[in-house]
Design a protein around this ligand. Sequence first.
Ligand code: CP
Ligand code: NVA
Length: 307
Amino acid sequence: MSLKGRSVVDLSDFQRHELRQFLDTGHDLKRKQKRGEPHEVLKGKSLAMIFMKSSTRTRVSFEVGMTQLGGHALYLETGGTQLGRGETIGDTAQVLSRYCDVIMARVFGHDDITGLAKYATVPVINGLSDLLHPCQIMADMMTIEEHRGGLEGQKIVYVGDSNNVSNSIMQGCTIMGMDVTIGSPKGYTPIESIMKKADALSKRYGTTLEVVTDPHEAVKGADVIYTDTFFSMGQERSKEKENALMPFQVNKTLIGKAKSDVIVMHCLPAHREEELTSEVMDGPHSVVFDQAENRLHAQKGIMALIV
Ligand code: CP
Ligand code: NVA
């Protein structure tokens, strides 16, 4: 079935063969771009990009990606639109759908992105909500395929605060046949609704999914170690949380417990010497800048198929 018209809000809305189509298209468009082959498959199309919070990678990769596909992207910061003065998400979705061919939004509450998708008559892409970050994980899976030759049977261990990134890892990586371990301290483990959904996916796709509260135990046998900030956008810093998460820092000792050829991932922005050390981030195991680059290619793959 064609993916045309589908919104990408939550990876658990998709089946393995559908995510495979996105990934393959991303790899294909990446090859074309590297070879300088034209691939303006979205000529004349417009992407509306709504940002309710900060971004470097998401903004630039979507905007440049749309340009490379032959289309045009509009940057809409909430404060500069009527959303900032109380126009509803539903009305905004309907209006933008009259002008644009696809909408991408970065929001706080996940309800805002599901609301956009409900009222828009064009596809909606989740550019990060408090709950999920699907485009990030599509780029990450492209990166894992490039560095490890495939996804099925690979063990990915996310260590740190359970958040939007780890939630999407639990969905996307499980659907694609990876074994997922979340290493988080008590009080910062995945929320129940995400755990339930991911458990069902893991049974369906015959993978393992576990939550471990000891970081050294968690990374045993890891092919991939992944981490993210202790404090996501919108969260208050607290000493209590920092103290709970510091033992989960990705440093040389921790990666020494994984496979010798483990790759280390981070969605960025990183807080050096907090969730991971510079020694590891700039070291031979790190693929963090390949991940950042693949945001461009993965999202081009998504847009090329849904628009
Ligand atoms: N990883 C990511 O989404 O980065 P930005 O916040 O810079 O968009
Ligand atoms: N978990 C982080 C990801 C940033 C890309 C946040 O939500 O701030």
